[in-house]
Every structure is written in structure tokens, then in C-alpha cells.
Design a protein around this ligand. Structure first.
Ligand code: NAP
Ligand code: MG
Length: 477
């Protein structure tokens, strides 16, 4: 049984209600968490405010940075334990869990180092004036996060905010909050003042809704579905506060007929099966130029057919998906596409010996998918890749930009002019040329347009999101 973490202490919820946490690999309960109420959220926001106005707020930027960097070291010291916890909680293969914890430590390293490097600037103005522009914290920031990369999301969302001097309140996903709770405890151990980091676990429509509507919050960072993102943005509108929304995508990999096929094929496969397809930036559409479509997709199919899904300990290409509902959702995409007669080019396998109760799905490659089909338009959030062919550059752009999403895109071509043209015209917050990275890239500004959301995380730019710009105009004569 785990509790909330508020004001540097573990506390049971005010209601005493708890809920089950299940290991996706087995479908069995392995712990319970506290169900946060509006009162718990209020306690957490008050603790954060007190920290912001007290011990946390008094620290210099360099001191904050040092604490964040120390937490990064602590993560590395407790690496195996954190990776095990993440794997149990999410079902992901151990190699992925380890990569995630490494990336988490990297976020602390990056934002620890960045904390004292967000400098303001001076504007030459009228004679007799001095004008400076400074970046100040929002105060208390709220964070609502999903279950796909819980530890990394903590690093990405909370750490940038802490680096800027905000105190934070997190509502992690009910399905996977164990590493976040551990990270908050480790933060206390390295010397974060009480109340700088607060976590209220529980249900989205209770604790999450209360957090996004709380008048004591100065900024909201949300990652999850577009449906809930809209609710969060509405709640923020009531309080007239800004928010960033990171809502997923239907990201295309565009492969032209002059692409380096040998380099592209494994990357195209990995971009959709990484984390069992449960990645906002998963490369879930592959668009291939007509002339090489059969050959290219043949090579992808060969690799795809070798994919295996298993338990974290089996450490295969995929794990289970997060829960029964998600498995049902992914399976319904697969079943519907089959019923519509869309060809299955290749299938992976669920490994022998996986527990019966686990939430495994068979990695599936469909092609050609008719334009306008659900597999082109909707995020599956599972190991399902949809292939399309295109005629020329114009057609490729049309197809790439045919969804309401715009998060990441990959462009594979040896033609330098085309690399730039396509990168500029494709609607996405990040474009890879002759490569693709789903997740990672801590230094690289990341975020979407349209249904993928707005605002930017990662890199230095995130620090500006978590800050308010103040212009100080001094008339001194
Ligand atoms: P979700 O429902 O949007 O959940 C994301 C977070 O929002 C969770 O912490 C959730 O709490 C919370 N939440 C739910 N309802 C809320 C409300 N009314 N007010 C405030 N917070 C609320 O996403 P999901 O159910 O986990 O996944 C559904 C779909 O979202 C997926 O199939 C996928 O397409 C997409 N998704 C995208 C990302 C991404 O990285 N962009 C990540 C995960 C999922 P609970 O823990 O109670 O749900
Ligand atoms: Mg949910």
C-alpha cells in the first residue's frame, strides 16, 4: 500500500479510500494506492505554496540546480530498484525500463545544470531609462501525467518546473505511480525542502480534476489524451492560467525512393514497437513512395514478423499494454481493420509462457491502408503500424498532413533539397531527417500542434514555459 506524498511526508488520503494497482504482465494486484480527493489536492497545493514562499523559494538558482543534480545521482545509485519498479508497474521490458531510468537521471542532470543559466536580458530604450527582462516562477505548478513513461515524465515535466523555482503538485496516472512516489522520497533524502514536491495519487476525474481547477495553481502541465486535455484546458481557462498539453499523435515516417533502406527499416520497426506502441511520438504511420513500396515493406515485414511480446523479465521487443481497457481498444483497431479487409502484411507473436492474465497484444502491420481509414486518423497507442504508398513529394506532404495531429515526423531521403522542403512543410513539432527518435532527446524542444496539443517541453525552452516574463522599466534620468 502506498500513500500520497505531501509536505515531505507520506499521508493517507482524507477519505481513507484506496484502489488496486495491477501488474500488466500478470493482471494481478501488487499494491494499492490512496484515492486522492479535492481535500488532499488542497493540502498539497497549500504545502507547495508554503514551500514556495519559504525554504524552497529562498534557495538560489544554483542551490536548486545542485539539489536537482543530486537527485539525478541518487537515481543512478538506485538504478536497478527504480527500473524494476517501473517494469512491474507498467509491464515494459527491462531494457526499456532501464533506458527510461537512465533518461530520467539525464533530465535531472540537464535541468540541474540549467537552473542557474536562464538569464534575462537588457533592452536599450529611451535615454534616461534602463530596462531589464527577467524570468520568474509561476509559483505552484500542477502536473497531470500518464502511465506510459511515468519516471521519464516526472523528469521531463516536474524537473523543468523545479529548476525555474516553482513548487510542484503531481497527479500521476492511477495505473503507474510507483516510481514517482519513490522519486519524491529520494528528493527529500537529498535535501529538497518539504512541500517542494507533492504527489496526490488517485483517479483523474477526482484528484486530477481538482488539481487542474485549483485556484492556487499558476500553470498546468498535462500529458495524456486529447479528451482529457480539453477538460484540463477548460479548467485552466476558469482560473485564467496557461497550460501545456501533450496529447499524442499519428506520426508519419516518410520514405522516398532514394532513401537508405537498410538504415530506415529497423528504425521504422522500432519507432512503433518501442514501449509496445504506447508512446505519444510513436511512428505509427509509414508512408512509402510507390516505386519502392513492395520492396521496402517486404523488408519491414520480415523484421516485424520476428517481434515478440512478453513479460519484463523475458525482455523481448514488446511487453503487455497497460490494462484490459487499453488491450480491448488496441484489439478493436486490429479486429476492425481485418474485418474491413485491410491486408495484414506481418504479425509478431505473443511469447510462449506469458501469464494468462497479462494484457498482451500481437504486434500487427497493416498495408496498404486506405486513405481516410481509422488507422490513418486515430491514435491506437499499441504495436500497430499502418503502411501507405504515395506518388510524389506533393502527395507525401498531403498524406503526412492528413490527420488532426502534428507531433513528430521522419523524412527519409538522400536528396538534401527535399529534406529541407519536406521538413518545412510537414506539420509537426519535431522532424527527424534520416532517423527517428520516439522519446528521449532531453535537450530537444518537443511538443505538438493541433490535436497533439500545444506548448513545448524538453530542452531549454521548457524553462521559459515554466516561467513568467517580467519587464522592469527604470526611469532614472
Ligand atoms: P488520460 O485519461 O488522458 O489520462 C492521463 C492523465 O489524466 C491521468 O493521470 C488521468 O488519471 C488524468 N485524468 C483523467 N481524467 C481526468 C480529468 N477529468 N481531469 C484531470 N485529469 C484527468 O489517458 P489514458 O486513459 O491514460 O489513455 C487514453 C488514451 O490517451 C490512450 O489510448 C492514448 O491514445 C492517449 N495517451 C496519450 C499519452 C501521451 O503521451 N500523449 C499518454 C497516455 C495516453 P487516471 O490515472 O485516473 O486515468
Ligand atoms: Mg485513464
Amino acid at each position: 500500500m502506498t500513500q500520497h506524498f505531501i509536505n515531505g511526508r507520506h499521508v493517507s488520503g482524507r477519505t481513507g479510500e484506496t484502489m488496486s494497482v495491477v501488474a500488466p504482465a500478470t493482471g494481478e494486484e501488487f499494491t494499492r494506492i490512496a484515492c486522492g480527493s479535492a481535500e488532499d489536492v488542497d493540502d498539497a497545493v497549500k504545502a507547495a505554496r508554503a514551500a514556495y514562499e519559504g525554504a524552497w523559494g529562498r534557495l538560489t538558482a544554483a542551490e536548486r540546480g545542485r539539489l536537482i543534480a543530486k537527485l539525478g545521482q541518487k537515481v543512478l545509485d538506485r538504478f536497478d530498484e527504480l527500473a524494476q519498479t517501473e517494469a512491474q508497474d507498467t509491464g515494459k521490458p527491462m531494457a526499456q525500463a532501464r533506458a527510461d531510468i537512465e533518461a530520467t537521471a539525464r533530465y535531472f542532470e540537464f535541468y540541474g545544470g540549467a537552473a542557474d543559466k536562464v538569464h534575462g536580458h537588457v533592452i536599450p530604450f529611451l535615454n534616461g531609462y534602463s530596462v531589464s527582462v527577467v524570468h520568474e516562477p509561476h509559483g505552484v505548478t500542477g502536473h497531470i501525467l500518464p502511465w506510459n513513461y511515468p519516471a521519464q515524465m516526472f523528469g521531463r515535466s516536474l524537473t523543468a518546473s523545479l529548476a525555474m523555482g516553482n513548487a510542484v503538485v503531481l497527479k500521476p496516472a492511477e495505473e503507474a505511480c510507483q516510481t514517482a512516489l519513490k522519486l519524491a522520497v529520494l528528493a527529500s533524502e537529498v535535501g529538497f525542502p518539504d512541500g517542494a514536491i507533492n504527489i496526490v495519487t488517485g483517479r483523474g476525474h477526482e484528484a486530477g480534476a481538482a488539481l487542474s481547477a485549483h485556484p492556487g495553481i499558476g500553470f498546468m502541465s498535462f500529458t495524456g489524451s486529447p479528451e482529457v486535455g480539453k477538460l484540463v484546458q477548460h479548467a485552466c481557462a476558469e482560473n485564467l492560467i496557461p497550460c501545456t498539453l501533450e496529447l499524442g499523435g499519428k506520426s508519419p515516417q516518410i520514405v522516398f525512393d532514394d532513401a537508405d533502406v537498410a538504415a530506415a527499416v529497423p528504425v521504422v520497426c522500432k519507432a512503433i514497437v518501442q514501449n509496445t506502441g504506447q508512446t505519444c511520438s510513436a511512428g505509427s504511420r509509414v508512408l512509402v513512395q510507390q516505386g519502392i513500396y513492395d520492396g521496402f515493406m517486404g523488408a519491414v515485414a520480415e523484421q516485424f514478423a520476428k517481434l515478440r511480446a512478453g513479460t519484463p523479465e523475458m525482455d523481448l521487443d514488446c511487453g503487455p499494454v497497460i490494462n484490459a481497457k487499453q488491450r480491448g481498444r488496441v484489439q478493436s483497431f486490429i479486429d476492425q481493420a481485418r474485418a474491413q479487409g485491410i491486408p495484414v502484411i506481418a504479425e509478431g507473436q505473443i511469447a510462449q509462457g506469458v501469464p494468462n492474465g497479462g494484457y498482451y497484444v500481437t504486434p500487427t502491420l497493416f498495408g496498404q491502408v486506405p486513405r481516410g481509414n481509422r488507422l490513418e486518423q486515430e491514435e491506437v497507442f499499441g504495436p500497430v503500424l499502418a503502411a501507405f504508398s504515395f506518388t510524389d513529394e506533393e502527395d507525401a506532404i498531403r498524406l503526412a498532413n492528413s490527420t488532426a495531429y502534428g507531433l513528430v515526423a521522419g523524412v527519409w531521403t538522400g536528396n538534401g533539397d527535399r529534406q529541407q522542403r519536406v521538413a518545412k512543410r510537414v506539420r509537426a513539432g519535431q522532424v527527424f531527417i534520416n532517423g527517428y527518435g520516439a522519446g528521449g532527446g532531453i535537450e530537444l524542444p518537443f511538443g505538438g500542434t493541433g490535436k497533439s496539443g500545444h506548448g513545448r517541453e524538453k530542452g531549454f525552452i521548457a524553462l521559459e514555459e515554466f516561467a513568467v516574463t517580467k519587464t522592469i522599466i527604470h526611469r532614472h534620468g
